[in-house]
Design a protein around this ligand. Structure first.
Ligand SMILES: NC(=O)c1ccc[n+]([C@@H]2O[C@H](COP(=O)([O-])OP(=O)(O)OC[C@H]3O[C@@H](n4cnc5c(N)ncnc54)[C@H](O)[C@@H]3O)[C@@H](O)[C@H]2O)c1
Length: 354
């Protein structure tokens, strides 16, 4: 079993990655938690597949369990979704010394993490991510979130889990579109990574089937890189902002184009910013083509949707990362060399026109 550590001084925790880890979940959790009541939060797609086995694992390890199943999909990541989970905690008599396990994709992880961080001012929680996006990215780093109104991730906390258990075998039941979507974040991490062996791994992934076969290795590289940035900058005011590569334009596409998944939007956003930066002389020529090759190998979209510059600027203006009328874009000098590139909002239209 591969073990990575997020070495935050106030709250260090481990990430355990292994095919078949779910079959040892009870023992893995009992190694970090004393006996307690545990609410397992899952969604309507994942629960029929993995909830009973997860519950049996925890019960066999001495935990008392209750469950909370939300409808699958982003629409559950709301105050109403949170209210449902709070109600299940109250109905089952949870106290501050109990815990929450998030069993699902990024939606379940963000929602369960938010509820755990706020119920009685904080219950301990553990992430068991089941989508590729959650395994390679969202389960680590402690950002919890709810959407509010038209805004994504408007409400949230920083709250670290006590453990993350990743079983790549659980990805076998994921739809191909959701599997491929998660790879957008993997390509992002590899494009920024100073470790050339990460990019070399990606060069062996030439289809969704190859991606599934190498998913565990993708998680190891991506999570190790993310953990280092989280330790350097837990609250996202410094180096962690590099994780936004592809996200400023990607978020705009995600919000403006219906039925765009997060990883698909990141894929298009990385391509758009890298092509623009090649034209501005900020990125080495040929970098965008290198990234496009990896994205297209699994069928991720690389052409940015037909949005106008005013549409993009209006959307970016609403981004919570815009401060003092400046947006900090993430660019690559070349593969493995990410840079923060602040652009005043007033200069953004000209920058985007290329
Ligand atoms: N907290 C963070 O740092 C962070 C980072 C990136 C993204 N996110 C958030 O993550 C969310 C996207 O995550 P996602 O792509 O996992 O979405 P998701 O949780 O909606 O999962 C995608 C779909 O796959 C299904 N699913 C998950 N695991 C499955 C499995 N093993 N077998 C079958 N079906 C399965 C889900 O039910 C859902 O229908 C967004 O809300 C995004 O904002 C958070």
């Amino acid at each position: 079993m591969k073990t990575l550590t997020v070495a935050l001084p106030a709250h260090p925790y481990e990430i355990r990655i292994e095919e078949g880890a779910a079959a040892r979940l009870g023992a893995l959790i009992a190694a970090v938690w004393s006996a307690r009541k545990v609410l397992i939060v899952s969604d309507s797609h994942v629960a029929p597949l993995y909830l009973a086995a997860t519950q049996a694992q925890l019960e066999a390890a001495g935990f008392t369990t209750a469950t909370s199943v939300i409808p699958a999909g982003e629409a559950s990541k709301t105050l109403a979704g949170a209210q449902r989970v709070y109600a299940d905690l109250v109905a089952n008599g949870f106290s501050r010394s109990d815990g929450v396990v998030a069993l699902g994709g990024g939606v379940v992880g963000d929602l369960a993490g938010f509820v755990a961080s706020t119920f009685m001012r904080g219950l301990s929680y553990i992430q068991v991510p089941t989508s590729l996006l959650a395994q390679v990215d969202s389960s680590v780093g402690g950002k919890t979130a709810l959407d509010f109104g038209a805004g994504k991730n408007v409400i949230g906390t920083f709250f670290q889990p006590d453990l993350v258990v990743i079983d790549p075998l659980q990805l076998k039941t994921l739809s191909q579109r959701n599997l491929v979507e998660g790879y957008g974040e993997v390509v992002k991490m590899a494009a920024m990574s100073s470790d050339p062996s990460f990019w070399k791994l990606l060069e062996t992934i030439d289809s969704p089937a190859a991606l599934l076969a190498h998913a565990g290795a993708c998680s190891e590289y991506a999570i190790a890189a993310k953990a280092a940035l989280v330790v350097a900058d837990e609250r996202d005011t410094g180096a962690r902002r590099l994780l936004n590569f592809g996200h400023t334009l990607g978020h705009a596409a995600e919000l403006l184009v219906p039925d765009t998944l997060h990883g698909e939007a990141v894929s298009m956003g990385m391509m758009a910013i890298t092509r623009l930066c090649e034209r501005h002389g900020l990125t080495a020529a040929g970098t965008a083509d290198q990234i496009a090759g990896r994205l297209q190998a699994v069928g991720l979209p690389t052409n940015f949707p037909a949005l106008t510059v005013p549409q993009l600027v209006d959307q970016i203006r609403l981004d919570k990362k815009v401060k003092a009328d400046k947006v900090v874009l993430v660019t690559l000098a070349q593969l493995g060399e990410p840079r923060l590139h602040p652009v005043p909002l007033a200069a953004l239209p000209e920058f985007l026109e290329g």
